[in-house]
Ligand binder design. Structure first.
Ligand code: AMP
Length: 403
């Protein structure tokens, strides 16, 4: 099911065309020497879009790239300018892309018309306009004037219906998935459609509420669902275990019990915990294997849980990981997350198909230098969760059906 029955880049005749591409260049930036200038701190998402951009250039098309970056609140804000991204893109391509400080309008339309075929232009942040996130039809129509065909290669925003990925697509008779979007759908789709058992889902992070749908949907295909992070404490409290000051979603205790019931023994919870009095009190940390006392909060999975979860991950032939096992940003509470990064990489060595998504899990994987040792690093967090939950992704639905 390549790209779920939608047109892909391979189906388009790109020669002599202006190809408007929605990329996901929502990358972290850092200040250069405490000045007002920024540079790209992590170029993974830029590299991920290169196959699509290079293909358009090689076919003698013009690549007109658009993306959002951060949350500039619908108005220009230099902290969220894409100009540092254009510089990094130029270093990664064998051409210097143009950068347009205008996102839409007659000036950029003229620039695009005058550009030679085979060249690349990056437009300024689509979220400088309030119409982007409201999917405003007028803003979408302005964007659409910049291309003859439309390609969506932004998996990270495919779960949102915005002007630059959904509204814009209506204006084209041919709107296709780029290579990155296609690859994400193939990799994630294969997990849902034909997982090789045993299938293990490793889910962590702060909120149960974000992952309830995924847990329920994965319960049909996964053999084991391993829960870590603060999420575990809502489940434990729902079962009547004392969790002290741990982060709990009180309004989700009933839902948690229902999930425990539905997943009938597949769902594993931590049996020991690294606790402390507060996130910023790593020196007060202790290891507990049962009830967490009132003044303490669970901040990482403990060594016995690491052993149990590692064993399950190493037995897996399919493994999906989304969300950290603890407050991994603080080294004292990062052992569980780092151990899972190693386990998932080792499982890949053993022949398992492993897919990791979500900003924090991917960051942990990179920190441990293991991001090249898993089958697929997804560029989507929320989009990956929605896809695994079985929800239709608006950014994908808006593309043209294959005949
Ligand atoms: P999410 O966005 O739901 O994936 O949550 C990620 C955040 O959850 C990270 O910033 C972690 O620091 C945080 N987190 C993970 N485990 C815990 C925990 N036990 N207590 C508090 N925060 C946690």
């Amino acid at each position: 099911m390549p790209a779920m029955g939608k047109l892909t880049l391979k189906d388009l005749d790109l020669r002599g065309k202006c190809v408007l591409v929605r990329v996901d260049f929502n990358v972290p930036l850092r200040r250069i020497n405490e000045s007002d200038r920024y540079e790209v701190a992590d170029d993974t998402r830029i590299r991920a879009a290169l196959p699509t951009i290079k293909t358009i250039r090689a076919a003698n098309g013009k690549a007109v790239l658009m993306s959002h970056l951060g949350r500039p609140k619908g108005t220009p804000d230099p902290r969220y300018s894409l100009s540092p991204v254009a510089i990094r893109l130029g270093e990664l391509l064998d051409t210097v892309p143009r950068f347009s400080s205008e996102t839409v309008g007659s000036i950029v339309e003229k620039t695009v018309r005058a550009m030679p075929y085979g060249s690349v232009i990056l437009l300024e942040n689509t979220r400088y306009f309030p119409g982007e996130t409201t999917n405003d039809p007028d803003f979408a129509a302005e964007l659409a004037k910049l291309g003859d065909v439309f390609v969506n290669d932004a998996f990270g925003t495919a779960h949102r219906a915005h002007a630059s990925n959904v509204g814009v697509a209506k204006h084209f008779s041919r709107a296709a998935a780029g290579f990155l979007l296609e690859r994400e759908l193939i990799q994630l789709g294969s997990v849902l459609e034909s997982p090789h058992p045993p299938t293990v889902a490793l889910l962590g992070g702060a909120k149960v509420s974000d992952k309830m749908g995924v847990i329920t949907n994965l319960a049909d295909i996964a053999d084991h669902i391993l829960i870590g992070g603060a999420m575990a404490y809502t489940f434990l409290k729902a079962q009547g275990v004392s969790v002290g000051n741990s982060l709990v979603e009180e309004d989700r205790l009933g839902d948690a019990l229902e999930i425990l019931d539905k997943t009938a023994g597949k769902l594993l919870l931590p049996c020991d915990h690294v606790v402390s009095t507060a996130i910023d009190e790593p020196d007060a940390r202790r290891l507990l294997s049962d009830a967490i006392e009132d003044d303490f909060m669970g901040l990482d999975i403990g060594p016995e849980t690491i052993t149990q979860y590692t064993a399950k991950v190493l037995q897996a032939r399919t493994c999906i990981w989304n969300g950290p096992m603890g407050v991994f940003e603080v080294p004292a509470f990062a052992s569980g997350t780092n151990a899972m990064a190693h386990a998932v990489a080792e499982s890949t060595d053993n022949g398992a198909v492993t897919i990791v998504g979500g900003g924090d899990s991917v960051a942990a994987l990179k920190k441990t230098g293991l991001d090249n040792q898993v089958t697929h690093v997804s560029t989507g967090g929320g989009a990956m969760l929605d896809f695994l939950e079985g929800k239709a992704l608006p950014g994908l639905m808006a593309l043209t059906d294959k005949q």
